[in-house]
Structure formats: structure tokens, C-alpha cells
Design a binder for this molecule. Sequence first.
Ligand SMILES: Nc1ncnc2c1ncn2[C@@H]1O[C@H](COP(=O)(O)OP(=O)(O)O)[C@@H](O)[C@H]1O
Ligand SMILES: [Mg+2]
Length: 264
Amino acid sequence: MLEIKEVYKTFNAGTVNEKRALNGLNLTLDDGDFVTVIGGNGAGKSTMLNIVSGAYTVDSGSITIDGQDVTGLPEHKRARFIGRVFQDPMMGTAATMQIEENLALAARRGQKRTLRPGITKAEREEYREMLKILDLGLEDRLTSKVGLLSGGQRQALTLLMATLKKPKLLLLDEHTAALDPKTAAKVLETTEKIVKRDKLTTLMITHNMRDAIAHGNRLIMLYDGRVVLDIAGEDKKHLTVEDLLEQFTKVSGSDEADDKLLLS
Ligand SMILES: Nc1ncnc2c1ncn2[C@@H]1O[C@H](COP(=O)(O)OP(=O)(O)O)[C@@H](O)[C@H]1O
Ligand SMILES: [Mg+2]
């Protein structure tokens, strides 16, 4: 479903701020893979998602989504394949619009849209059904303004909107990191439910190693712009936080557990 091949990406090339963020990155995802992504601060995790979504262009290498080479395709032309949720709960939804209006915008993505879409009764029923999976009672608050919701509720709604059109790829960049632990767990649980129900091919960045182990069928670790660990299936089921720390210590070449950035 996704193939990232030998991708290099350097920011501010030729200046004192030059930074190579991706360093020959290779990654192939099968249809339905749910991959959790860990790695220290600056490892290139967000950049990886950004070159997949088209937010950044690559310096060299290629990106293929569902058999189509999208390397030269601008972000808006990839958008219909891709659902994204970021860390900031304020980003994915429009605060001054109602819950149902937000859902209508997501449902009409890729179509010509009006600022305040008219919503039919049938659509309203559809949204009510959809919202039930969040288990937050939002199905009874269709006309509430999104700005009145809590961060966790908004993030759950963003997730619903990002997955509403069943994207070929779901990209989650620490989407629960700004939430309190209980709310984060709830949003993660909802993520798991939607990804499983729709068999979505998913990349989920997290700085929580426990979450990375508990979710998905595959786990990768990025270090210095490359995949340094890739564990799937039965092996992943038996992974422990200690294993991950040991691997991190190995690749980072530090002899003591330099793990603060990986730990949460
Ligand atoms: N837009 C940008 N401009 C300049 N440098 C960037 C930009 N985005 C990322 N970087 C740099 O690239 C490296 C990788 O960043 P990032 O992919 O955000 O890491 P991670 O998400 O793993 O913490 C870091 O050194 C970061 O400072
Ligand atoms: Mg990041």
C-alpha cells in the first residue's frame, strides 16, 4: 500500500542550519498494516509522514501509494488517499462550526464545497450512527459548536473525520500526546476500533513505548532518518519496553540507557 524507497531529505541545505532529516529511508507497508513508529526527538518521524502526505517534497528517492508513484504529486492531489491527525486537538476541526457541519465538510472532501453545507436528514442520521463509535455521547450533540468540546472530544472527532472516507493511508503524529492519560487511552482505543473495522493501513507515531507495543501488528524505530528496527507479528507480541531500550541504546551507541527521549 505504501512504498518509501531510498528517500533523502535535508532542510536548509548549504547553511549552518543544514539538517539531514531523512537519510536513505526505506519502508514498505502491506495493505492493512498498522505500524507504530517510535524514535527519539529529531529522528525524522514527522518528516516521514510529511513526505508521504506531500507536505514536503523529497530530495531524492520515491514514494508509491497503492501502486501509484506520487513522488511528484502535490499535497492536495494526495489528500484524497490520506487521512491525518496531528498532536494539536485544535487543528483538525473548525471550532466555530457545529459537529455535523464539520462531519459534512469531511464527507464532502474532494468535492466542490460550500462554506456552510446544507445537511440532509439522511446524512444527519448517518453522522449520528458514525459518532456512536466514539462513545462520547456526541451523537446527541450534532448541532453543538466544536469549540465547546474538550481536547479529547475534538481529537476523537478529528479521527472520525480523517477516516470517514476510508483513506488508503492513515497518518497519526502523536495524536494523543497532548491529552491527559485517561483521555489519551480512550482516543487510542477508538483509533484501534476504527483501524480494525475499516482495515486501514496506518502509521502511528507515538513517544509512548507501551502504546507502541500494545497497538498495531508491526513496530518500527527510526534513528537518524532511517528505520533501525522493524518487528512484526509474533515477535512484536512478545516485545517489552526493556527490549526497545536495549535496541535504542545499541543503535545510538551510548553505553548507558540514554532513553529519556524515547520514554514517557
Ligand atoms: N521544516 C523544517 N525546517 C527545518 N528543519 C526541520 C523541519 N522539519 C524538521 N526539521 C528537522 O529535521 C529533523 C527531523 O525532524 P522531525 O521529523 O520533526 O523529527 P521527529 O518527529 O522524529 O521528532 C530535526 O532535526 C528537525 O529539527
Ligand atoms: Mg515529530
